[in-house]
Design a protein around this ligand. Structure first.
Ligand code: FES
Length: 508
């Protein structure tokens, strides 16, 4: 609860509630050489759903996950499983036409049912439960947009109605309501998918960061301690690699924030998102005898390097004033790839790819968009016609030339960069827990001073396409503003598309 005098609040643990409450997995690291039909890079919703679909169709698969299953973007979601994506249909009809909006909706609604089926068939204990999902107008200003979305979505064949009866504990003017939607513990769901994938000639590997892939008549995927040779590969890593930066140029990385705070009473049978600004995404869940309210929002493009503290405080303040939420128990942020034309990219990794495929641009609705995309890719690999594939085609006409190349069009260096002559003095003044980018004899260098006063210096040049990283004081990470790669203070990749660590430098 924010302190009314100071505006500060109990910050909670900097950890996703889903990761805090899930058990852990312990799949081995890839070691040596392995032959399978399909290599799947990325153990999130898209990769695991595709892997299981392909295994069920008779292929052998190997899933290569850099961290632990579900610890990437999929483990930082709100947990909504829905085809109601705020006011997406109105926007898609305007930009791509009604037929496109219908395909997007039907693909996502089918994804809701596919997840429900897998939960039942694989007996996955993930708290999956049916709820209604609402996009609500808090006042009359956004009411027309909500009415329009409801009418359009219903005309597309989606389970939509307009209602003035919105089950929120504060007044709302009206809402789009989608029936038969769901919520779930996404990490437990992914762990269930991984368990279904592993075995019978198929594999899940963790702690296996892929360093590169080479596509010829087959695909060779190289990791630190092993190689997978496969007929086909799928890159499902949020922002992909191996694509010469073309999808990074077509998707804008966007960061958003979530706080989880205990509230009184049982979880609601509904999830919500506001139509107006500031956007607020709301979900309640019961875990360990506690009902948590998840409040999401405060998003911004990653190129805007901001202090997260006021963002978390704003969400905590909303949760307290609207729901009477107590102090925040958990807080976390996540990064998503927002496609510039509003549609995910699913299909060949490069224009001439025959065996390497990509899933990206899931536009913050990854649980359903990622599931739909995975089913498309599985059909493409199996030669099965798929009625959604052309809309999401990764080679679609919108794929304009002019992608960013290494060292080229990245943003200007952050303000704290200084001339070589002044760098030593600047580093000497660096406070514990802080970081800065300075020019040194070795080039642009990212310097961090730890709590013991020691300087940790690494190259400030992002290993993806050469932008300059900036220091994130809250998380003590080096974040790339261009496409969202993140590195720890030792330069190790935390999040791609970068696959290589920032090399060490001397701080002088
Ligand atoms: Fe692309 Fe850094 S240059 S993530």
């Amino acid at each position: 609860m924010p302190d009314p005098e100071t505006g500060t609040f109990a910050e909670g643990e900097p950890l996703s509630l889903w990761l805090a409450s899930a058990g852990t997995t312990a799949y081995p690291e890839l070691s040596g050489s392995l032959d399978v039909d399909t290599a799947v890079i990325g153990g999130g919703i898209a990769g695991l759903t595709a892997a299981l679909a392909l295994k069920r169709s008779g292929r052998t698969v190997a899933v290569l996950e850099a961290g632990r299953i579900g610890t990437g973007v999929s483990g930082h979601t709100t947990g909504k499983v829905t085809s109601l994506h705020r006011l997406a249909y109105t926007a898609l009809e305007r930009s791509h036409g009604k037929a496109a909006a219908r395909i997007y909706g039907l693909a996502n609604q089918a994804a809701v049912e596919h997840i429900a089926d897998l939960v039942a068939q694989e007996n996955i204990a993930c708290g999956f439960r049916r709820v209604q999902n609402y996009t609500f107008a808090e006042d009359d200003r956004t009411l027309p947009a909500v009415r329009e979305e409801a009418a359009l979505a219903a005309s597309l064949g989606l389970p939509a109605t307009f209602t003035a009866d919105v089950p929120l504990p504060f007044r709302a003017a009206g809402a789009v309501r989608f029936e038969g939607q769901a919520q779930m513990h996404a990490v437990q769901y992914l762990q269930g998918l991984a368990a279904a994938v592993d075995g019978g000639g198929s594999f899940v590997f963790e702690g296996t960061r892929v360093l590169g892939l080479r596509e010829r008549t087959t695909v060779a995927v190289a990791a630190s301690h092993g190689t997978v040779l496969a007929s086909d590969a799928i890159v499902a890593t949020n922002v992909p690699f191996g694509d010469h930066g073309r999808f990074a140029a077509l998707c804008r990385p966007h960061r958003s924030y979530i706080v989880a705070a205990p509230v009184a009473g049982p979880p609601l049978d509904a999830t919500f998102i506001s139509a107006g600004e500031p956007m607020r995404s709301l979900l309640t869940v019961g875990l360990g005898g506690v009902t948590y309210l998840l409040t999401g929002g405060e998003g911004h493009p990653t190129e805007e390097q901001v202090d997260p503290a006021p963002r978390y405080a704003a969400l905590a303040g909303y949760a307290h004033s609207r729901f009477g939420a107590a102090a925040v128990a958990y807080r976390w942020s996540t990064q998503d790839a927002i496609p510039k034309d509003g549609l995910p990219y699913v299909g060949p990794l490069n224009a001439d790819s025959r065996h390497a495929f990509v899933i990206t641009g899931l536009r913050k609705w990854g649980l359903t968009n990622g599931t739909a995309a995975a089913l498309i890719v599985a059909d493409l690999l199996n030669g099965t016609p798929n009625k959604w594939a052309s809309l999401f085609d990764s080679n679609r006409a919108a794929l304009a030339p002019g992608t960013r190349e290494a060292g080229g069009t990245g943003p200007a260096r952050p303000k704290d960069a200084v001339s070589p002559g002044a760098s030593r003095m600047r580093i000497a003044e660096l406070a514990s827990g802080d970081g800065m980018v300075v020019d040194t004899e070795g080039g642009s260098t990212a310097c961090f001073r730890d709590d013991a006063g020691e300087i940790h210096a690494v190259s400030a040049v992002c290993t993806h396409l050469g932008c300059t990283v900036g220091f994130n004081r809250r998380d003590r990470t080096w974040d790339c503003p261009c496409h969202g790669s993140r590195f720890d203070v030792e330069g190790k990749v935390i999040q791609g598309p970068a696959t290589e660590d920032l090399p060490p430098r001397t701080a002088s």
